[in-house]
Design a protein around this ligand. Structure first.
Ligand SMILES: Cc1cc2nc3c(=O)[nH]c(=O)nc-3n(C[C@H](O)[C@H](O)[C@H](O)COP(=O)(O)OP(=O)(O)OC[C@H]3O[C@@H](n4cnc5c(N)ncnc54)[C@H](O)[C@@H]3O)c2cc1C
Length: 384
């Protein structure tokens, strides 16, 4: 079926992203996976090509194009080039951090942060999760004491994507004991005294991504680094989590689609009992199921992307997209991996790495259980 989702501008952007992903990133991706981090120069090169911060207004160096199809196509191209980790590093910067830096910043903050953000020389991260608070965002305990012209921040974050590379960490802190209205967003910058990086965590997949622990010990954060109004951090996070969930959903779809393509190629070439394994009825039926799931998911996710662009995507819709796409991806990749036999377990095969990378999509950005909570609440069952 014709997808009809992208126009000429999107396809031209895809070509640019494809060239960069395949010619400049893919040949060195294994090195990044071994190092557990992507060199900062890769971000700077992406910035040079116009792949970062394209939603930022032109006056700050961006293109002023807030159309999530560009974010989607960028993720798809990195997935197809088998360098998912780098695509997701960029997505964290572009898809997840951009809205905070556009919606809640003053003119002075935009001048200070956005040109470098677009250029890829100021890498962004978001720090919500703490060792004691993940799903329960309102349980955040990192404390920011009001000291007049600055806050004094003490606490720790964990599992922070881009955590080692980040120059700007959008950090959720507690400025008062009120559970929801006591959270504030501060931008904590590299080089601030008392801000330290902990371990670059050893993960099951997504090895090229630096996912780190961060610690804050008496960090003086000027009030000029508050995003929006103090006490409204929880509301801001809830406002932007639907876009974060769409980022994850489009990545899940892209990975499942890439997995299907790799598997179709593989089963055509591998033989057993004197015939290609693609000729067995079981193989055809397995891949027929995967192809169907990918096609149906694509229809829903593409529709959600257009709803997001139109400002109509509700938190429950975004939760459905993330829940469905991540659970589907997991099922599809498992079936594909099975068809590779033992080779599917070897990291040199993209399907093995994709299956390991995919394990986290049902967890980060809100677990499947939390997605069901959000969707269930929207059904207003308690009112029945
Ligand atoms: C690779 C990776 C990258 C990440 N990147 C970031 C990042 O950049 N920034 C950031 O802030 N965070 C990040 N995270 C954190 C991620 O969002 C959290 O891990 C996730 O929200 C779950 O929190 P938790 O790990 O504390 O699990 P917990 O909240 O402890 O959950 C454990 C289990 O309990 C279940 N559970 C919890 N509450 C309920 C409930 N009410 N009903 C039913 N079941 C429930 C969960 O669904 C889960 O199965 C990342 C995590 C990983 C693994």
């Amino acid at each position: 079926m014709e997808r009809g989702h992208y126009g000429d501008d999107h396809l031209a952007f895809a070509e640019l992203a494809r060239g960069f992903a395949r010619k400049e990133v893919a040949p060195r991706y294994a090195e990044y996976e071994d190092a557990g981090i992507v060199p900062r120069a890769v971000f700077a090169r992406a910035g040079e090509l116009g792949l970062l911060g394209f939603a930022v207004p032109q006056s700050y160096g961006g293109l002023g194009v807030a159309d999530f199809r560009f974010n989607q196509i960028l993720i798809e191209e990195f997935m197809e080039a088998d360098c998912a980790g780098v695509g997701l590093n960029f997505a964290l910067h572009n898809d997840i951090c951009t809205p905070y830096l556009l919606q809640f910043t003053t003119g002075e903050q935009r001048e200070r942060w956005l040109p470098g953000f677009v250029a890829g020389t100021r890498i962004a991260a978001i720090g919500m999760t703490e060792p004691g608070a993940g799903s329960d965002v309102a349980g955040i305990r990192t404390a920011a004491a009001d000291c007049g012209d600055h806050y004094l921040v003490n606490g720790a974050k964990t599992f922070i994507t881009n955590g080692i590379n980040a120059d700007l960490v959008i950090t959720a802190v507690r400025t008062s004991p009120e559970r929801h209205r006591g959270l504030t967003l501060l931008v904590i910058e590299s080089g601030m005294d008392g801000f330290a990086r902990g371990r670059n965590l050893d993960k099951l997949g997504l090895h090229s991504q630096d996912t780190a622990e961060l610690s804050f010990t008496d960090v003086r954060v000027p009030k000029a680094n508050v995003l929006g109004e103090p006490g409204r951090g929880f509301e801001y996070l809830m406002r932007n989590l639907p876009q974060e969930r769409m980022q994850i959903a489009v990545a899940c779809l892209a990975r499942a689609r890439a997995g299907l393509r790799w598997t179709i190629e593989y089963v055509g070439g591998r033989t057993a009992f004197g015939q290609p394994i693609g000729g067995f009825q079981h193989t055809k039926f397995s891949l027929a199921d995967v192809a169907t799931e990918v096609a149906v998911t694509e229809a829903f996710i593409d529709k959600c992307v257009l709803e997001l662009n139109a400002g109509r995507l509700t938190p429950a819709d975004a939760a459905k997209a993330k829940l469905w796409a991540s659970e589907t991806e997991f099922r599809c990749l498992d079936r594909c991996q099975q068809l590779f036999g033992g080779y599917g377990y070897m990291r040199e095969y993209p399907i093995a790495r994709a299956a390991a990378d995919a394990r986290v999509t049902r967890v980060y950005g809100g677990t499947s259980e939390i997605m069901r909570e959000i969707i269930g609440r929207d059904l207003k069952l308690t009112e029945l």
